[in-house]
Design a protein around this ligand. Structure first.
Ligand code: NAD
Length: 366
């Protein structure tokens, strides 16, 4: 081995190995000493279109944690866009820092300039730790931004559209399990009645469902009881309710071995991202238990569909109509999973990857 090769090996940081293993197209590190900006933009796949994904601002303990998060989240966006039939790729950005104390107009605008440098390959939006106000600052430096307030021609709060998509996935699941998609008289438990969960409760209540909820916010619980007659349970009790449908709308990774063993339901359909603690282990466990699991990245895609509508010229009716298609896609995924004897998350990922491969092949000739 030559001396120079040894030197390169010795100095390897492992970043390329990580990016290679997730098959990302491009990862951009952004630094600005004046504003204190430290950001990473990860573009996973742009076969279907520009990579769209929000910017998360988080006080990561280490840089490795930030890189890991942005790689994982951007890959997830590729599959969410693909399964939803959108002409969008997958990307995401993270800003390292405390959203309460480290954010400034200069920092967000500098970030906007880095996004602009990518010439439309990445479109950003708000996420955990960033707001529509931050996106207004980003917009001052680039047009590659969505998730703007309605007053600026944006789509506003995506949560009602996300809730509608979850509702569609839930109804399709009921159709599969019971032969009818009516939720009238169905017992449904909801973990987390925040922006999405509360809209979902409203839709289910209007159809005559009997609803049990849990949340850590007393105000939300009081509102849901008064407006929709919901029963309230606390903490882990939500997992063991004797219900038809369980809707996780708060935290990720709650479908772990212990909680799945506690569940007494036929269907799991909710808005929370990354519900399966371990995709394969718990996807298979749910399958073996005979529960229908509506893949999270499909049924919670209404928010992304809303943002996409903003990119092509915002129209809430179009966004709702496109979100309604989650019903048919959910049924298709159940059918593919059954025919191929695989778990539903696997079926959804497979169909998303197939769409990417098909379109790649369409574009293989001039
Ligand atoms: P939110 O913060 O408005 O609501 C979350 C709710 O969960 C809050 O009311 C919170 O008090 C509650 N909660 C937190 N910890 C809890 C616990 N241990 N037990 C019970 N409740 C708890 O967020 P949201 O916008 O409604 O999003 C909900 C989930 O859906 C998140 O996982 C989010 O990533 C995902 N999601 C949201 C959208 C969207 O359009 N908002 C789109 C896609 C996915």
């Amino acid at each position: 081995m030559s001396t120079s090769t040894t030197t390169i090996h010795d100095k390897q940081l492992g970043i390329f190995a990580e990016v290679k293993s997730t098959n990302h197209e491009q990862v951009v590190f952004c630094n600005d000493n004046a504003s204190g900006l430290r950001a990473i933009i990860a573009i996973h796949n742009t076969v279907l279109g520009p990579g769209l994904g929000g910017t998360r601002m988080w006080n990561y303990a280490t840089e490795a944690e930030a890189l890991n998060d942005v790689l994982r989240l951007s890959r997830g966006m590729t599959y969410k866009a693909a399964i939803s039939g959108l002409n969008l790729g997958g990307a995401k950005a993270v800003i390292i820092g405390d959203a309460k104390t480290d954010k400034s107009e200069a920092l967000m605008r500098k970030f906007g300039r880095f996004v602009e440098n990518l010439n439309g390959k990445y479109i950003t939006a708000e996420d955990v730790g960033t707001t529509t106000k931050d996106m207004e600052y980003v917009k001052m430096e680039t047009d590659s931004v969505a998730g703007l307030p309605e007053s600026m021609g944006g789509g506003g709060d995506p949560s009602p559209v996300t809730a509608y998509g979850v509702y569609m996935g839930m109804k399709a699941s009921a159709k599969k399990a019971y032969g009818s998609d009516s939720l009238a008289g169905k017992r449904i438990s909801v973990q987390g009645i925040g922006k999405v969960g509360m809209h979902l409760v409203e839709l289910m209540h209007a159809e005559g469902a009997i609803i049990t909820v849990s949340d850590i916010n007393d105000e939300s619980l009081k509102h849901a009881s008064a407006a929709y007659g919901t029963k309230v349970v606390s903490g882990n009790e939500i997992y063991s309710q004797d219900v038809d449908i369980f809707a996780p709308c708060a935290l990720g990774a709650i479908l772990n071995t212990e909680n799945i063993n506690a569940l007494k339901c036929n269907i799991i359909a909710g808005a929370a991202n990354n519900q399966l603690a371990d995709e394969d282990e718990h996807g298979n466990m749910i399958k073996q238990k005979g529960f229908l699991y509506a893949p999270d990245f499909l049924v919670n895609a209404g928010g992304l569909i809303n943002v996409y509508s903003e990119v092509i010229g915002y129209n809430r009716e179009n966004a709702m109509r496109d979100t309604e298609k989650i019903y048919d896609t959910t049924l298709n995924i159940y059918s593919v999973a059954e025919t191929q004897n695989i778990h539903t998350q696997q079926a959804a990922t497979m169909l998303a990857q197939k769409r990417i491969d098909d379109i790649l092949s369409v574009r293989s000739t001039y």
